[in-house]
Ligand binder design. Structure first.
Ligand code: ZN
Length: 445
């Protein structure tokens, strides 16, 4: 069995200390996998730091989801415990939680001892519903650094604290905090009541839970989360959130998603018929009528990349000849420039030479002509209220000047008044469109 021992702060030394304590407690055959978050506080000493560490911790767990059999949170605050339990496909155990619950199994009442303040522990014990089993708390005037620098002195202080807790009615004492990891095993022979180490208890509880093989709840507060939109998360965490929804994905073509978001939220807003065209590594498009995507019978509406604009022309990967994508995509334009004898690092550099480099002028004139032919056909077929251009290649000014004039020459409309506008939502338009499709697919009936 593989048990992930996940620190919630970014101090590697604490991760190593906890991993060593975990290995000492683990049964033969249990592999301890230590992990430290990518970002967050070096030490968690405030509520804000704890929340930040919670995000970092969930991200860390998501990276290991499906590859470990259980998770031990190696953080005395049991940071993000319930969220991790809801999200992860395996048992998740908090070290303070595990120590307190185990203490309840060896004593009627337990005490808790830690370095520094005790109020967060009082709160945590309350959160776990164990306040009535808590006899008292001891916060020693020492730092985790002291415990590393002079372990003997700190151990002597710990023994005195334990004695005070026993006097106060403790039948067992939890040593709280990752900095005390491993100390319980050393001090147990010298203490008058059992001492409980959070990491050791958590590893043993994790092993027990894996052995019990309980199913995950499908109802109640820890049931998988329902679909929620979020942005900016790491890919594994976003994937885990999607997985945890238990819903089948809705699928939309990226160019359709682009057209939908630009029609509803972007440059096409307020227009009834919006033609969204993407020009980039490939080219694509989508038609939106009255705010609704028009996918077509086969879901291919808007595939103008494979509209033939030169019969018998350039060979396309789709097996046909003369497809628009072989003339208007970024790679096609760059290939054509090289074929004309030009050299340039990229398309933007070529466009910047307009008026000074005859080869660049020739390429741009050809591109405008092809654009006019393809988009002019769109206009004659659908007469959209607005055309929105997106994708990396659409940033060239060419399309909105010479390109537009070429469209006007092909269009039957006199005068040609259809606005051709740059996308308003930037690189997010595809993701926003997918969100709109998802919101519609998963809206309550
Ligand atoms: Zn093609």
């Amino acid at each position: 069995m593989r048990v992930l021992v996940a620190n919630a702060n970014t101090t590697e030394a604490i991760t190593e200390l906890c991993a060593a304590a975990a290995r000492a407690a683990a049964a033969p055959g249990t592999e301890v996998v230590p992990a430290t978050p990518r970002f967050g506080p070096a030490v968690i000493s405030s509520r804000a730091e704890n929340v930040i560490a919670g995000h970092a911790l969930l991200e860390l767990l998501a990276e290991h989801a499906g590859r470990v059999d259980a998770v031990v949170l190696a953080v005395s605050h049991d940071t993000a415990l319930e969220a991790a339990r809801q999200l992860m496909p395996c048992p998740v155990v908090g070290m303070t939680e595990a120590a307190c619950l185990t203490a309840c199994m060896v004593g009627a009442r337990f005490g808790l001892l830690t370095l520094g303040g005790v109020e967060t522990y009082r709160e945590l014990v309350g959160r776990h519903g164990l306040s009535s089993r808590l006899s008292g708390l001891e916060g020693l005037d020492a730092t985790p650094q002291d415990a590393v620098r002079d372990p003997a002195a700190v151990e002597a202080m710990v023994l005195q604290g334990i004695a005070r807790l026993v006097q106060g009615g403790a039948d067992a004492v939890v040593l709280g905090g990752a900095a005390l990891a491993g100390m319980a095993a050393r001090l147990n022979p010298r203490a008058s009541v059992p001492l409980l180490d959070g990491i050791a208890c958590a590893v043993k509880q994790a092993e027990a839970l894996v052995g019990l093989a309980l199913p995950r709840p499908r109802a109640g507060s820890l049931a998988p989360v329902s679909a929620r939109d979020s942005g900016g998360l790491s890919a594994p965490l976003a994937a885990l959130l999607r997985e945890a929804t238990g819903l089948e994905p809705a699928i939309v073509n990226d160019a359709h998603a682009f057209a939908l978001s630009e029609a509803r939220l972007g440059a096409g807003r307020g227009h009834r018929t919006v033609l969204g065209l993407t020009l980039g590594t490939g080219i694509g498009g989508g038609l939106v009528v009255d705010g609704t995507l028009w996918p077509g019978r086969h879901g291919i509406a808007g595939e103008w990349g494979h509209m033939c604009i030169e019969p018998g022309g350039r060979r396309c990967y789709c097996g046909r000849d003369g497809c628009a994508e072989q003339y208007l995509s970024g790679p096609a334009l760059e290939r054509r420039f090289r074929a004309l004898g030009g050299t340039a690092p990229d398309l933007a550099a070529i466009a910047a030479r307009a008026g000074t480099d005859p080869l660049a002028d020739q390429l741009l004139a050809e591109a405008a002509g092809w654009f006019g032919q393809a988009v002019g056909a769109w206009v004659n077929l659908l007469d959209p209220d607005v055309i929105v251009l997106g994708g990396g290649v659409s940033r060239l000014p060419l399309w909105f000047a010479a390109g537009r004039a070429a469209v006007a020459r092909q269009a039957m409309a006199l005068p040609f008044e259809t606005p051709i506008l740059p996308a308003a939502l930037g690189d997010s338009s595809g993701v926003l469109g997918a969100t709109l499709v998802g919101a519609q697919a998963f809206a309550p009936a």
